[in-house]
Write a protein of this length. Structure first.
Length: 285
């Protein structure tokens, strides 16, 4: 396309019938109408080509705008869904937060109730329940553990020494338990099917101990069986709760037991008795 030929130069060239040279298209011709028509034809063709390219660009631009709009719509939809999810989570959080606050309030009420005067009654009931569940139990201390032993047969052996013959059906369960005295044999705890049988065994064991020739009226394991080695002192005790066990070793009770007026200090069915010349004191809960 010739864009460097002004209308003034064109008129001068036609009037003088002169030759001219377009610096753009290098067209050399006389200034006649045929040359002008050729120039206009080429100009129209170039313009149509450029207009077509612009149209293609506009079409591509419209397609890109359409794609961008679709992406914007998708993003808008995702943002809307995210807002709904955040709103739902926020509502759930508030609901759980409310429940947590309610639970904290209830826990504080329970703690306050336990710290009040009613806690003593509650502890007493728990203590009584625990003690009642162990009233058919005995603890055998100082029985050496034999290789591959049958605890039930060991219990029968020990009890027979005290003059009570047991059947396996008389024992509900028997097993050894851990002890804080690591150097001593693990104690055996026995739950009998009858509280009466348990009390009979305990009374026979206490009587047997009083009959002992030992200065401290002790019974040793090898007296029960030569296989129970090494020889260790044997004790048969009630299965007391930790609180009642502490009461049994209470300093004041021990002092009362050591006084001349005191004859007996023992437990029976988890209850403590201290007898003197004048009265019997029963410690219950």
């Amino acid at each position: 396309m010739c864009t460097n030929l002004s209308s003034k130069d064109y008129e001068a060239a036609v009037k003088e019938n002169a030759k001219y040279k377009c610096p753009t298209c290098d067209l050399t011709s006389k200034g006649d109408l045929s040359s002008l028509g050729t120039l206009m034809t080429r100009l129209q063709t170039s313009l149509k080509c450029d207009i077509g390219k612009v149209g293609d660009n506009v079409t591509e631009l419209k397609a890109e705008i359409r794609t961008l709009k679709e992406r914007i719509d998708e993003n808008t939809k995702e943002v809307t869904e995210l807002r709904a999810s955040v709103s739902f989570l926020s509502e759930g959080y508030e609901a759980h937060r409310s429940k947590i606050q309610q639970l904290e309030t209830e826990v504080n009420k329970i703690n306050h109730h336990l710290e009040s005067n009613d806690s003593a009654t509650l502890h007493a009931k728990l203590e009584e329940t625990e003690s009642y569940s162990g009233r058919s139990n005995l603890e055998l201390h100082g029985i050496p553990q034999l290789p591959n032993e049958d605890v039930y047969e060991v219990v029968r052996l020990v009890v027979s020494f005290f003059g009570v013959e047991l059947q396996l059906k008389d024992i509900d369960v028997a097993h050894r338990i851990n002890s804080y005295k690591t150097e001593a044999p693990k104690p055996i705890i026995v739950k009998f099917c009858s509280r009466r049988l348990k009390q009979e065994i305990l009374d026979r064991a206490r009587a047997k101990r009083k009959e002992s020739n030992h200065p401290q009226h002790r019974i040793f394991s090898q007296e029960i069986s030569p296989n129970l080695i090494p020889s260790t002192p044997v004790h048969v005790n009630e299965n007391l709760t930790s609180y009642r066990r502490a009461l049994k070793t209470n300093k004041q009770l021990n002092e009362a037991r050591n006084k001349q007026a005191t004859h007996i200090s023992e437990t029976r069915d988890g209850l403590h008795f201290v007898a003197s010349h004048f009265f019997i004191v029963r410690f219950s809960f």
